[in-house]
Design a protein around this ligand. Structure first.
Ligand code: 9WN
Length: 479
């Protein structure tokens, strides 16, 4: 055994069943739980985090509704409770802004005011006339995974719910379109077809080294922020979370956007952080393709969605693919620079069904290189969020090295879509081993598999469920 993740016999074009045994992996003692037992635990966890309208990412660290969490959670839950999955997405879109923006956080008015920082009193979303009245939210967005999630939820609906599910899809369609058209119009200052993010929190991979060079340069003027107390450190160890310096910058950017009343034109014109993220745009493209299918299902015209998808595809190849580096790079629009860091965001364009084969091959080479497929000497887990050989790689700190099941799930879909089933299976095996070893944690050390961040984390449970059930389902149409 050479220490590689052992996936058993696999071919390039035939997906294996979701592996539940771990022959000779060299892993530390892994609980011999069956998939059935883990699916039951996942379900119990998601039910415990259910509020009656949506699912909290976790009880203590994240006690409100988060946007892309709800998309991941709805997909996983839809395998056994399609009704709650539909409710989850509908509850989120009830807080959609008039501009079409879907906020990254919808606050639970019943949660104690100090449950999460920064809370509604810091965000003050009501300063924007576009924000929903009486429903406090954050003032920024997150990756638009929701159209893709809605399509998956609909596909998983049991036959006796097909009418209710289609009616739901008809209700969701105009809201999903508004979300996408907001990103096309308000977030594309150069008119390239690519949407920019104005805060690292919008990426969902908040503390990724992908934008260090830009983010680290942001100076917070002294006295710009009133004293505050981080609540995340009440629930997670400091070495797993962002540093105080990064947190300070996160809050500073928030206050600048708040002080512009979240007016998109003002924010985009002045934001010190204005980044085109390959992962955000790849998800946007994947969801635009989902809109093509949803339009067909609800009797709308799919042609405009095909045209937007083509535009995003062309722009990702034209602006973000750097041939010299054989890599997709984030693009700092403020300084007009491509960011050189080798992070997991570079692989997300695998979600583009039309990605040219040589580029798929280049991404797979990098994924299989020692930078992302660490030491073959000992056990290890896929896929680290940052090059394990890079200076600054940290196996345990939030987005700066650990494995997350949501990025694994996205790459797993992207690889399967391009027929790269062997690598997709390796990722599925690693995900399964991590859960067996450490439970449904928020993220995992790629070198020893230990769990970090929050415990009983909803999207880890939901996406494990989706990977198991998708592989069991002979009729799954694929992404
Ligand atoms: C800020 C809820 C969210 C995820 C993000 C993740 C983390 C929040 C935080 O938790 O971000 O939005 O307080 O750290 O980075 O992807 O949606 O799970």
């Amino acid at each position: 055994m050479d220490g590689r993740v052992d996936t058993g016999a696999m071919s390039q074009d035939q997906p294996t069943a979701f592996p539940s045994s771990h022959p000779g992996s060299g892993d530390p003692a892994i609980a011999p739980a069956t998939d059935e037992a883990l699916l039951a635990t996942a379900r119990e966890l998601l039910d415990a985090n259910w509020t009656g309208r949506y699912t909290r990412p976790s009880q203590a660290l994240y006690p409100h509704q988060w946007s892309w969490d709800s998309a991941f959670i709805a997909v996983g839950r839809s395998w056994y409770d399609a009704e709650r999955a539909r409710q989850e997405l509908e509850a989120l879109f009830e807080a959609q802004w008039e501009t079409g923006m879907v906020p990254s956080i919808v606050f639970d008015p019943k949660a104690p005011p100090d449950a999460y920082f920064p809370g509604p009193d810091v965000w003050q979303s009501q300063r924007s006339p576009a924000s929903p009245r009486g429903r406090p939210t954050s003032g920024i967005t997150q990756p638009p995974l929701h159209a893709r999630a809605a399509l998956e939820v609909h596909r998983h609906a049991p036959p006796d719910q097909s009418t209710a599910s289609l009616a739901w899809l008809e209700r969701m369609y105009p809201r999903l379109v508004a979300q996408h058209r907001y990103l096309d119009s308000a977030r594309d200052p150069r008119g390239t077809g690519l949407a920019a993010i104005v805060h690292p929190w919008e990426s969902g991979l908040d503390d990724s080294p992908a934008w260090d060079r830009d983010f680290d340069r942001i100076e917070v003027p002294s006295g710009a922020l009133p004293p505050y107390r981080r609540r995340d450190l009440d629930h997670a160890v400091a070495s797993d979370r962002p540093t105080d310096a990064d947190y300070h910058r996160f809050l500073y950017l928030l206050t600048l956007e708040r002080d512009a009343d979240y007016d998109d034109a003002r924010v985009v014109a002045a934001a010190p952080f204005l980044m085109v993220d390959p992962l955000f745009n790849a998800i946007r493209l994947w969801s635009e393709h989902a809109l093509v299918e949803i339009a067909g299902l609800v009797g709308a015209d799919p042609a405009p969605h095909r045209a937007v998808a083509r535009r995003i595809h062309d722009a990702m190849l034209g602006e973000l693919w750097i041939a010299r580096r054989q890599r997709f790079c984030a693009w700092d629009l403020r300084r007009n620079q491509r960011e050189p860091e080798d992070t997991i965001v570079s692989f997300a364009p695998l979600l583009d069904p039309d990605l040219p084969r040589p580029i798929v091959a280049a991404i797979c080479r990098e994924l299989e290189s020692p930078s992302f497929h660490p030491s073959r000497e000992g056990p290890h887990y896929l896929v680290p969020t940052f090059d394990v050989r890079a200076q600054g790689f940290d196996p345990d700190r939030y987005w700066r090295g650990p494995v997350w099941l949501n990025t694994n799930w996205l790459l797993w879909h992207g690889l399967r879509q391009h027929g790269r089933n062997a690598l997709a299976d390796e990722i599925a095996v690693s995900s399964s081993r991590l859960v067996r070893l450490s439970g449904f944690r928020e993220y995992f050390d790629p070198l020893d598999g230990s769990g970090h961040g929050s415990d009983r984390f909803s999207w880890s449970a939901a996406l494990f469920t989706d990977m198991v059930m998708t592989n069991r389902s002979p009729t799954h149409e694929g992404p």
